[in-house]
Write a protein that binds this ligand. Structure first.
Ligand SMILES: Nc1ncnc2c1ncn2[C@@H]1O[C@H](COP(=O)(O)OP(=O)(O)OP(=O)(O)O)[C@@H](O)[C@H]1O
Ligand code: SF4
Ligand SMILES: [Mg+2]
Length: 363
């Protein structure tokens, strides 16, 4: 049995402009001691999904199921969820200042996190705080434990947050864009640190990021999200070598020097859709170089494809349309020819009309 099983998670926010359908039937599993990377562009529903598991989405309509060690998280009251948060499932947020209080010393905050959940003397909690800072490679932890957050560098603050999240030895750590505000070298160091901690403590981890390249350094498996749904899921090797979904293919090609881009950086055409007015059928169809009539009409199911065990994709291309090389693209394009009809012709005309110069950049 998986440590966490999420099934058909649906989250929407009623707003004055209409209903924001942020997460639309998302399913995934996290195995004990393993790392799942959740990747997608801004607004794809990554944070909302994670926050919903921990009851941190006030005002949202939530349905589906999220079973953590046999307990249905979505049925827990707030006081029950508070016991789960931190002790069983800990979360690291993108902005360390949103979790570290500016007016309290770092060590004191870690002590409080420990003492809220565990019967521990102040002196013992402080000893553990120093040990935790040492574990996350903060130099001179005995001194830094008395620092205020603003006295630490950005990377150091992120490490202190990681220390705080690890204080209660959670079984699952959710790291939501833990490194975005940092430069590339510090990002890589922190990812390495998280990977090391995950192995040392035997905990499971969900790493949320828009950077497929970054996730490669830590994840065992990867879930690619698009417009609130799962687009593709597989072990990380399959995602990099044999992706099926054109969106995953696009994310790969937009990593500098990555497989499938021929060393060039090729951004995905267009913008993520509005979650109030989501395109019909496959939500990716207005941006997809392989779109067919069926894509405009019907939403593709999230089903197994041929890349490897546990490889799922929500795309109408045939199951064996996997790979990143030009030959795979030619095979996909051949399949698509003849399956395009009036709906795609209208779509292309609309895209061409909206584009300066009238050129259709894909297809
Ligand atoms: N409280 C809210 N009320 C209305 N809409 C919301 C609310 N919270 C999130 N949303 C919307 O839900 C969608 C998904 O947001 P989410 O924060 O999950 O995206 P994300 O994938 O984490 O993006 P990013 O990479 O920018 O962090 C967005 O369109 C966002 O504007
Ligand atoms: S279902 Fe169609 S539009 Fe969607 S990703 Fe697959 S080929 Fe592209
Ligand atoms: Mg987010």
């Amino acid at each position: 049995m998986s440590l966490l099983s999420v099934r058909d998670l649906t989250v929407s926010f009623p707003t004055s402009d209409g209903v924001v359908r942020a997460v639309r039937g998302l399913s995934f599993d996290v195995e004990a001691g393993q790392t799942l990377g959740i990747v997608g562009e801004t607004g794809s529903g990554k944070s909302v999904s994670a926050l919903s598991l921990l009851g941190l989405n006030p005002g949202a309509d939530i349905s589906g199921s999220a079973v953590f060690e046999g307990t249905e998280l979505l049925a827990l009251r707030q006081d029950q969820l508070r016991r789960v948060r931190g002790a069983e499932i800990a979360m690291i947020f993108q902005d360390p200042l949103s979790s570290l209080h500016p007016y309290y010393r770092v060590g004191w905050q870690i002590c409080e996190a420990i003492r809220t959940h565990r019967r521990t003397s102040r002196a013992e909690a402080m000893r553990q705080a120093v040990e935790l800072l040492r574990m996350v490679s903060i130099p001179q932890p005995e001194r830094r434990v008395s620092a205020f957050p603003h006295e630490l560098s950005g990377g150091m603050r992120q490490r202190a947050m990681i220390a705080m999240a690890l204080a209660l030895r959670p079984k699952l750590l959710i790291a939501d864009e833990p490194t975005t505000a940092l430069d590339a070298t510090v990002q890589a160091q922190l990812m390495e640190l998280l990977g090391g901690m995950q192995r040392e403590l035997g905990m499971a981890m969900i790493v949320i990021t828009h950077d497929l390249g970054l996730v490669a350094t830590v994840a065992d498996s990867v879930l690619v999200m698009y417009a609130g749904r799962g687009a593709e899921r597989a072990d990380y090797r399959t995602i990099f070598r044999s992706p099926h979904h054109p969106y995953t293919r696009g994310l790969l090609a937009s990593i500098p020097g990555a497989a499938g881009s021929g060393g060039r950086l090729v951004p995905i055409v267009g913008q993520p859709p509005s979650l109030i007015r989501i395109p019909s059928g496959c939500a990716f169809h207005p941006r997809c170089p392989f779109a067919m009539d069926v894509c405009v009409r019907d939403q593709p199911p999230f089903v197994p494809v041929s890349g490897g065990e546990g490889h799922l994709s929500a795309c109408w291309l045939p199951p064996d349309a996997v790979g990143v090389d030009a030959a795979a693209d030619v095979a996909r394009q051949r399949y698509v020819e003849g399956r395009r009809g009036p709906a795609i012709a209208r779509l292309r005309a609309a895209v061409a009309g909206a584009r300066p110069g009238g050129a259709v950049a894909h297809g």
